[in-house]
Design a protein around this ligand. Structure first.
Ligand code: 9WO
Length: 263
């Protein structure tokens, strides 16, 4: 029993409600996630912007259970003991191969022509994700995320993968949480998902600096005042103040962001 979960409307692929003003610039239209634990994605898919992007028909997001491509024994095995010994289990290459082969057929129907997906494996061995990298991924029309578990995947499966991505230098129990992080950062950069996001302002700003400080009512709280400039109504002055504050905050909290060259 194949059970892919589709988090989208049944609308045709396209820009949702947005007019197609710039056909040359591609954007993410379809995101497939291959995992042994599809249920882990249900929360983010129903509660967050990720799910809303799907429902609004902006991006077709689907999770797939890797067990659907197990060697057809009744235990639906997808893993085996490591050659050479050692603890734990290794995910076999064949289920991953079959999953990707199936998805490529599905994708050809979805896009109406043969299309090469960008296949990403989430692993601590990958290149560490940055805002700039996420921005370039959001321009790929089709991404497939492969989530490992246990001790990892058979090394030969890497020949089916375009790129390994890490979300930070730590080891988790699986690639699912990193896949959700990657999906979140990439999806919110797709035009129409979040107001303003993906704009020139965001690319030049969030990329290199921290955000400026935010304030909301009340104007005075336990004697602490909101900076007067924010109440002035002088938008040019406010813009200047925010830029200065962003640079100050970056210098104080994350000085390496100002000196390190962009990756
Ligand atoms: C390391 C290891 C060392 C000794 C014995 C067993 C071991 N397993 C691992 C390991 O890296 N397991 C991974 C668990 C296999 C692939 C999926 N897993 C994973 C992905 N953990 N952490 C990530 C991950 C992915 C992206 N960014 C940060 C962490």
């Amino acid at each position: 029993m194949k059970q892919s979960k589709i988090y989208s409307s049944n609308r045709a692929p396209g820009n949702g409600s947005l007019p197609n003003t710039s056909p040359k610039i591609e954007r993410l239209k379809r995101l497939d996630i291959v995992t042994l634990f599809p249920a882990m994605f249900e929360g983010p898919m129903s509660e967050s912007l990720l799910g809303r992007a799907g429902k609004r028909g902006i991006i077709d997001i689907r999770t797939h259970n890797l067990r659907d491509w197990s060697a057809s024994d009744r235990h639906r095995t997808i893993d085996d003991r490591p050659y050479g010994g050692g603890p734990g289990m290794v995910i076999q290459v064949e289920p991953i191969y079959r999953a990707l082969r199936t998805l490529k057929v599905q994708g050809a129907k979805f896009f109406g022509k043969k299309k090469k997906p960008h296949v990403i494996y989430l692993s601590p061995q990958g290149r560490v994700l940055t805002q700039a990298h996420a921005a370039s991924l959001s321009k790929r029309p089709w991404i497939i995320l492969v989530c490992g578990h246990y001790e990892g995947i058979d090394e030969r499966a890497l020949s089916l993968i375009d790129e390994e991505v890490s979300i930070g230098d730590y080891v988790l129990t699986g690639g699912e949480l990193p896949a959700m992080v990657l999906a979140d950062v990439v999806v919110r950069l797709v035009p129409g998902v979040v107001k303003e996001a993906g704009s020139l302002a965001e690319e030049s700003f969030q990329d290199g600096h921290l955000d400026y400080p935010h304030f909301t009512r009340p104007a005075v709280w336990k004697g602490k005042r909101v900076p007067a400039v924010l109440l002035s109504g002088d938008h040019a002055a406010i813009r200047k103040w925010r830029t200065a504050q962003a640079i100050l905050a970056t210098r104080k909290k994350r000085p390496e962001l100002l000196t390190r060259r962009k990756r």
